[in-house]
Design a protein. Structure first.
Length: 91
């Protein structure tokens, strides 16, 4: 089976660096950047500035995972709010 991991170059704060990511993670980075009206380089730069991991590729993967986990939590909260809303009593 052929690996779907690709090396990509990104310029962060004027410096060229490379990250190695699976195609699915790279697509997600592009989607998230677009949703935030950011460039991919801008989003990767923000991830780089906030990361706790030594490896930028790992930090990006964890960021994407966290983003989608947050989306699931928001959906669950919306569902709970809908179920908990009091039903209007007609008199």
């Amino acid at each position: 089976m052929k690996s779907s991991i690709f090396k990509r170059s990104v310029i962060i704060a004027g410096h060229k660096t490379s990250v190695t990511l699976e195609e699915e993670f790279w697509k997600s980075v592009k989607e998230i950047a677009g949703d935030r009206n950011m460039t991919v380089a801008g989003l990767v730069g923000a991830i780089d500035a906030e990361r706790n991991q030594a490896n930028l590729s790992s930090a990006i993967r964890l960021f994407v995972l966290g983003f989608y986990r947050d989306q699931i939590d928001l959906a669950k909260d919306r569902t709970r709010e809908t179920l908990i809303k009091p039903i209007a009593v007609v008199r």
